[in-house]
Design a protein around this ligand. Structure first.
Ligand code: UD1
Ligand code: CA
Length: 456
């Protein structure tokens, strides 16, 4: 038996007090979304996946919305308010009370840096077990302008110098600071409190924790990540770039998990999309949040799914829309221009063309004809439609809810069904057809005469 793993306790301090003015938005920057989840949400999720059990979030004044999003994703998170923006170290120190409780590792993350992988947070923490008191995350920048530079000598990190404070020689360094840091908990408060604001920007720089550690004979190390992983989001162009990067990741994960994407670049995923094995996704498909697709299902081109469950070997689309609460059992078939909302579709049931099904349950093997509509709303409340197993609903019927159609019942085409229909019976709810022999010919003659009289 292997010895139990020694787990180090960890507190993450997530900085989310930025205004994000370059977004030009009413919404705080960190609540903008990629892959259907806020930037803040991605940061918190990665930290949790990395095994970080305590989370502190530093928000700007009056940002209850940011705090609420943090608590939605991490109910035990502690929220701290930074009343004034006085730099990254000042921001971290707002969580002083959480740091002072004592913890093995303190990790600082930025809420506007959403692509950092859990492995990277883990690797950064691991540096603390290798003799470092401070570990900074770096990257080789294509354009280093504006970033802090990592000054490395003999493999050790000796300082981080902010761009505005750097000498020409230091500005030539392309190894940049991503901003994220891990600090040994037992030293964190002393190091942070030693930082001052005597620099070009008059701010308390978190990056100075490196110099403070070295000044006390403690070690500092840098860990290098790919530039794409540590990209920050400051405006909507970068938001779109981050979206593109995360979509690439999600597509690759889907394919490695056994799904076929015929044209991967045209498929949009949410952070939580789950595809089974041998699922096929055709071009132009959109997965909003909360979609789960079981093994063997086929999603034909240009379908839009959100909050939906698709059963094994089911077929969707092309041009189908599954809205929240759509739950399809195995072998169900949803065809073109069909919308399903908050409804269960039984095994092998078919809704093949031009239908709206809302607040309904459709039994196994039922057949819903072209153009059938569940009339679920009277302008005030919503009502349910229940259709039994193997029922047949004829083309262009309106089912006025609340209404029940028994198993095996047959609804004549064009019916407006307002009363429950018993199992195995036929219901027809439309005017009976009348035929008047010769009427059309007489009508034509009469009208032709009227027209020539009017001209004469
Ligand atoms: C910071 C780093 C820099 C690094 C860069 C990477 C410092 C001093 N510098 O610079 O070395 O290359 O990130 O993008 O840390 N924040 C607050 N309160 C504050 C200040 C910042 O919450 O008072 C938050 C911001 O919202 C943001 C993060 O901290 O999420 C980084 O702040 P930002 O102003 O973007 O730092 P930079 O100057 O870019
Ligand atoms: Ca920045």
């Amino acid at each position: 038996m292997s010895p139990p793993a020694v787990t180090r306790s960890c507190l993450a301090v997530v900085l989310a007090a930025g205004q994000g003015q370059r977004m030009r938005s009413e919404r705080p920057k960190v609540l903008h979304e990629i892959a259907g989840r806020s930037l803040l949400g991605h940061a918190i999720a990665a930290l949790r996946e990395a095994g970080v059990e305590r989370i502190a979030v530093v928000v700007g004044p009056g940002r209850e919305d940011v705090a609420a999003e943090a608590l939605r994703l991490a109910p035990s998170a502690r929220i701290f308010v930074q009343a004034e923006r006085r730099g990254t170290a000042h921001a971290v120190l707002q969580a002083r009370a959480a740091i002072a409780e004592g913890v093995d590792d303190v990790v600082v993350a930025f809420a506007d840096t959403p692509l950092v992988r859990p492995e990277t947070f883990r690797a950064l923490r691991a540096e603390l077990t290798r003799g470092a008191t401070v570990a900074a995350l770096g990257f080789e920048a294509a354009d280093p302008t504006g970033y802090g530079r990592l000054i490395v000598a003999d493999g050790a990190l000796t300082a981080i110098v902010e761009h505005k404070d750097a000498s020409p020689a230091q500005r030539a360094v392309t190894l940049c600071n991503a901003g994220l840091m891990a600090i040994e908990g037992r030293h964190a408060l002393a190091l942070l409190e030693a930082i001052d604001d005597r620099n070009a920007q008059g701010e308390f720089y978190l990056t100075d924790a490196v110099a403070k550690a070295i000044g006390r004979g403690l070690g500092a190390r840098a860990l290098i990540a790919p530039e794409a992983e540590v990209m920050g989001v400051n405006d909507r162009v970068q938001l779109a770039a981050a979206e593109a990067l995360i979509q690439t990741r999600l597509r690759e994960a889907a394919m490695r998990g056994g799904a076929t994407l015929v044209d991967p670049a045209s498929v949009h995923f949410s952070h939580d999309t789950r595809l089974g094995r041998d699922v096929t996704v055709e071009p132009g498909v959109w997965f909003g949040p909360g979609v789960e697709v079981a093994d063997g299902a086929i999603i034909h081109a240009f379908s839009h799914l959100e909050g939906a469950r698709v059963g094994p070997d089911a077929t969707i689309g092309p041009f189908a829309r599954l809205r929240p609460g759509a739950a399809l059992d195995r072998d169900a078939k949803i065809g073109n221009f069909v919308e399903i909302k908050k409804s269960s579709i039984g095994a092998g049931a078919k809704v093949n063309h031009l239908s709206y099904v809302g607040d309904a349950s459709i039994g196994a093997g039922a057949n819903i004809g072209a153009g059938v509509v569940t009339c679920n709303y009277d302008g005030f409340l919503k009502y349910r439609t229940e259709i039994g197993d193997k029922a047949f609903v004829g083309t262009n019927s309106s089912l006025v809810a609340p209404v029940r159609i028994g198993a095996g019942a047959f609804i004549g085409s064009g019916s407006v069904i307002t009363h429950d229909v018993a199992a195995d019976s036929l219901a027809v709810g439309r005017a009976r057809q009348v035929e008047k022999a010769g009427w059309a010919r007489a009508f034509r003659l009469k009208k032709a005469q009227e027209k020539s009289d009017a001209k004469g």
